[in-house]
Design a binder for this molecule. Structure first.
Ligand code: ATP
Length: 428
C-alpha cells in the first residue's frame, strides 16, 4: 500500500477501500506535507497506526472488513491522542481535536473540490430490494453502480437511488476457506473474512467466544495465513498453569531464580521468536503478571525471572477468552490498558446454536475424522434431527464428544440412530 512522504511527525492514516479516492486525498494531504499511510480496510489501518504512530486517521464511510462508524469510534477510544475525521471532513464524535486539524480539513476540502458528489445508498437485502439513502460520496465519471460487500450491500450510484435484487443467501451456502476449519454460515463467513484480513498484519488479536467454539483453531488460522507461518506457534493456557509458575513459564528463568529452578529455562515467549504466541484463557492471568505482559507488548522486550538483562523478541500475540473481558476490565479485575492492547483486533467466534445451518458440515467433518481410526459411520436423518434440537452449550467440542460417543454406541451398525445420541437436557 502506498505511503506518501511529507515532513516528519505529521503522519495520517487514510483508510478507504476506494483506491482512486485514497490517491486523490493522499495527494492533497501530501501537498500539505503530511506523510500519508494508505490502508484498504480497518485491519490494515490498525496495523499502519501501530507502525507509524500517526497523529490522525481519515476514515471512509464504508470499510470492507469492519463497520466503519464503529471502527472510528473504537479507534478514537483506543488512541485518545488521535484526531479522527471522516473522508468528508466530519470529525468523529469524541475524537481529540489536534492542533493541525485545520490543515487536514483544508487538504480534504481541496481534494473534494470539483469532484462530482452523488448519493450513497445502503441496500438492505430484503425481498423487495428496497434501498435507503445514507451519505454522499464521489462517483467516478461514467460509473452507474458499484456493489461492495455483504451482507449489508452498498451501492454507489451517480444520480438516484436504485433498487437492486440481492441474493444474500448465495455466499453463505459455500464452505468457508480457513485452514483446519469447516463452516458455511454467514457468521462464519464474516469470521473467515476478518481472519484473512488481520492475518497478514502484525496486529494483536483478541479472540472471544464460548468454550469449544473453535478459538484455538481461529488463532492457528491467523498464524498459518500470516508471514510467520513457517515459524513457531506457541500455546500457553493461562488457566492450566499454577499462578506461581506462570511468570517463569512465559518469561523463562535463570538457574536458582526460585525454589526448584535447578536449571535455566527459556520461556514460551522466547520460544515463539519470529512466530506467534497464543495465550488461551487470558482472563485467568494474575494482575501482577498482566503488568509485565503489557510491558512486553508495548516494547517487545522481556526479562527472564532472576535476570537483569533485557531480551528483545519478535512475537505476535493472539489471546483468547470465554469471559466478558471488557466487563471485567471495567470492574477492575482485568487491566483495562492490557485489554485495549490485546483487543487491537477483536474477533468473536459465534456459539454453535447461532449457526445451526452448518451443523451438517461440522458433523460430517467430525465423523470423517473419527472414521480415520475406525469404520466411518453416517448419521440417520432422525439422529440428525436430535442433534438439531439441542442447544450445544459446549459448542463444537461437545458435538465432537457426542458423535464419538454415538459412534461407539452404534457398534457394528454403519448408521448412527437417535438412541445412540446421549445429550444433556439442554434443549434449544
Ligand atoms: N469450525 C470448526 N471446524 C472444525 N472443527 C472445529 C471447528 N470449531 C471447533 N472445532 C473443533 O472443536 C474442538 C474445540 O475447538 P477449540 O479447542 O479451538 O475451541 P476453543 O474455543 O479454543 O475452546 P476453549 O475455550 O475450551 O479453549 C476442537 O476439537 C476443534 O478441532
Amino acid at each position: 500500500m502506498a505511503v506518501w512522504s511529507g515532513s516528519q511527525g505529521k503522519t495520517v492514516v487514510l483508510a478507504s477501500a476506494d483506491a482512486a479516492l485514497r490517491q486523490r486525498l493522499g495527494r492533497s494531504l501530501a501537498a500539505m506535507r503530511w506523510t500519508v499511510c494508505e490502508a484498504a480496510g480497518g485491519a490494515e489501518a490498525l496495523a499502519q497506526m501501530d507502525a507509524s504512530h500517526a497523529e490522525a486517521l481519515v476514515v471512509d464511510h464504508w470499510l470492507p472488513d469492519l463497520e466503519a462508524a464503529e471502527f472510528a469510534g473504537q479507534v478514537s477510544a483506543m488512541y485518545p491522542e488521535l484526531d479522527v475525521l471522516r473522508v468528508d471532513g466530519d470529525p468523529v464524535e469524541g475524537a481529540t481535536r489536534s492542533p493541525r486539524r485545520h490543515e487536514l480539513l483544508h487538504a480534504l476540502r481541496e481534494a473534494w473540490e470539483d469532484l462530482p458528489l452523488a448519493p450513497v445508498v445502503d441496500v438492505v437485502s430484503q425481498s423487495d430490494g428496497a434501498a435507503w439513502m445514507s451519505a454522499p460520496v464521489t462517483v467516478p465519471a461514467g460509473l452507474n453502480a458499484v456493489l461492495l460487500g455483504e451482507p449489508a450491500i452498498r451501492a454507489m450510484v451517480s444520480s438516484s437511488v436504485v433498487t437492486l435484487e440481492v441474493n444474500a443467501q448465495s455466499e453463505t451456502l459455500n464452505p468457508i476457506e480457513l485452514p483446519g476449519m469447516v463452516g458455511r454460515s454467514a457468521l462464519m463467513h464474516e469470521l473467515a473474512r476478518q481472519v484473512r484480513l488481520v492475518a497478514p498484519t502484525n496486529a494483536t488479536v483478541l479472540i472471544e467466544g464460548e468454550t469449544g467454539t473453535g478459538k484455538e483453531l481461529v488463532a492457528q488460522a491467523v498464524h498459518t495465513l500470516s508471514k510467520r507461518a513457517g515459524k513457531p506457534f506457541a500455546v500457553l493456557n493461562c488457566a492450566a498453569i499454577p499462578e506461581s509458575l506462570l511468570e517463569a513459564e512465559l518469561f523463562g528463568h535463570t538457574r536458582g531464580a526460585f525454589t526448584g529452578a535447578v536449571t535455566s529455562r527459556t520461556g514460551r515467549i522466547e520460544a515463539a521468536h519470529g512466530g506467534t504466541l497464543f495465550l488461551d484463557e487470558i482472563g485467568e492471568m494474575p494482575l501482577a503478571l498482566q503488568a509485565k505482559m503489557l510491558r512486553f507488548l508495548e516494547c517487545g522486550e522481556l526479562q527472564r525471572v532472576g535476570e537483569n538483562d533485557v531480551v528483545r523478541v519478535d512475537v505476535r500475540v493472539i489471546a483468547a477468552t470465554h469471559q466478558m473481558l471488557e466487563k471485567r476490565a471495567a470492574e477492575g479485575s482485568f487491566r483495562l490498558d492490557l485489554y485495549h492492547r490485546l483487543a487491537v483486533f477483536p474477533i468473536d467466534v459465534p456459539a454453535l446454536r447461532d449457526r445451526m445451518e452448518e451443523l451438517d458440515v461440522l458433523s460430517e467433518f467430525i465423523l470423517a475424522k473419527l472414521g480415520e481410526s475406525a469404520p466411518k459411520k453416517r448419521l440417520s436423518a432422525d439422529a440428525f434431527a436430535v442433534l438439531q434440537q439441542y442447544a450445544w452449550p459446549g459448542n463444537v467440542r461437545e458435538l465432537g464428544h457426542a458423535l464419538q460417543r454415538a459412534t461407539i454406541l452404534a457398534g457394528d451398525r454403519p448408521e448412527i440412530l437417535p438412541e445412540d445420541i446421549r445429550l444433556s437436557r439442554t434443549r434449544r
